[in-house]
Ligand binder design. Structure first.
Ligand code: ADE
Length: 414
């Protein structure tokens, strides 16, 4: 049973977080009034944080019954889970540090609530349903997906013709990935590294693997802290962008011997492997901020390791047979959610506004949706952007009739 001290801490976190989530607050008020999710059961597999808790409250205000499990074994904030259960009577199946068996037992528990909508972050929930509980898919109206990795998995299911219901790719909304992936991951990744190690970043060489929106954010913020940045990429266009943003670009094989800190944000497997570990300097630090814990080849590192010790709560130092030390943060899991608190609420505000409005959209449109991955409708994206701007106290211009006419014509040129 959750202790009351934990409940109070969880409540405080939620309340503070909500003060930064203006758009979600507004949607909650509207949901309370019109109950767009009346009688809808939602199974959510998301990082159990204060921000997610505020999304769960919003869905409940909209008339939904919600059950929540974790989308990562290390990201759960137990005090927030306690607050959600006690104050809001929302069932939460998640314990910080749960093992793999428990993680999947919890996914099973939320699927047992017979949802009409799945809300996923990484697609473990949908994958479990499609592999072990196929029959259940016929009772599902649709689902939403929060992150790049999940969208890629779900698109692969759709391409292989195995996806059994429509999915809205929340990640693809501009008001999601341009802000959450870039500024959210940028700040929270640096936050996680600092909390895990307390190392000074100024003057360090930081190797960023992957220059998608997350990698860009991390590179930009690490540079701001005074680090020298090396970017590794497989995409030639992104590599040019990194170079023109002022970063050194090279292969991981070369960067391995130069970096003090390595951060993977690629969404792919074994970005840092045996040969790279062998080249690293003494006392190198490696961590991952991509969705799954597959980016660092930790089994390969284990084989090179003579002994290891826990040096801080989220840092394990490996003593290699070659006499050098490599410190792995947060077991190679998302450093920003394991060692820090994930993205700040003001950016999750837009991501979760997309989630809430995507759920409403599914309820209103599922009959005409195919078994495919859909983008968030532009009207929703623009509405969220306008609400966010307003909350930031900013106004923007509108096109004059003359400007509108000019943009829709072709006659006027040189
Ligand atoms: N993903 C990244 N940061 C998050 C947060 N604060 N809450 C939920 N999911 C997240």
């Amino acid at each position: 049973m959750y202790k009351s001290k934990s409940f109070v801490r969880g409540m405080r976190r939620m309340v503070w977080s909500d003060t930064q989530m203006f758009v979600l607050q507004k949607i909650r008020l509207e949901f309370k009034r019109i109950k767009p999710l009346h009688n809808i059961r939602i199974a959510a597999c998301l990082h159990v944080t204060a921000e997610t808790a505020n999304l769960m409250r919003t869905l409940k205000e909209g008339g939904a019954s919600v059950a929540l499990c974790a989308s990562n074994p290390l990201s759960t904030q137990d005090d927030v889970a306690a607050a959600l259960v006690k104050k809001y009577k929302i069932p939460v199946f998640a314990i910080h540090g749960e093992d793999r068996r428990t993680y999947y037992k919890h996914i099973t528990a939320v699927l047992d609530t017979k949802p009409h909508i799945t809300m996923d972050d990484g697609a473990d929930l949908v994958t479990e349903l499609h592999s072990k509980r196929k029959a259940q898919a016929s009772t599902i109206l649709g689902g939403t997906e929060e992150t790049t990795t999940g969208v890629i998995r779900l698109q692969s299911m759709a391409n292989h013709g195995v996806l059994k219901y429509p999915i809205i790719a929340v990640n693809n909304a501009l008001t999601k990935h341009l802000f959450d992936n870039r500024y959210g991951t940028g700040q929270s990744t640096i936050d996680g590294i600092i909390r895990a190690t307390n190392v000074l970043l100024a003057g360090k060489t930081i190797v960023i693997a992957g220059y998608g929106w997350c990698g860009r954010g991390a590179a930009m913020r690490a540079k701001g802290m005074g680090a020298h940045i090396i970017v590794t990429e497989v995409d030639p266009v992104k590599a040019i962008e990194a170079a023109m943003d002022g970063f050194q670009v090279m292969t991981m094989a070369r960067a391995a011997s130069l970096g003090d800190i390595f951060i993977t944000l690629t969404g792919d497997i074994h970005i840092i492997r045996r040969d790279h570990f062998l080249k690293m300097k003494d006392n190198a630090i490696v961590c991952n901020s991509g969705h799954f814990d597959v980016e660092l080849d930790l089994p390969a590192l284990e084989k090179l390791t003579r002994s290891k010790q826990q040096v801080r709560e989220y840092a394990v130092q490996h003593m290699l047979r070659n006499g050098r030390r490599i410190t792995v943060l947060a077991e190679g899991r998302l450093i920003n959610l394991a060692a820090a608190e994930g993205h700040p609420p003001s950016v999750m505000d837009m991501s979760f506004a997309n989630q809430a409005l995507a759920a409403e959209y599914i309820v209103n449109h599922y009959k005409s949706m195919k078994k495919a991955v859909y983008d968030v409708p532009t009207v929703i994206d623009v509405r969220i952007a306008r609400m966010k701007l307003k909350s930031m106290g900013m106004a923007i211009d509108s096109l004059t009739p003359e400007q509108k006419k000019y943009l829709s014509s072709w006659q006027v040129g040189t």
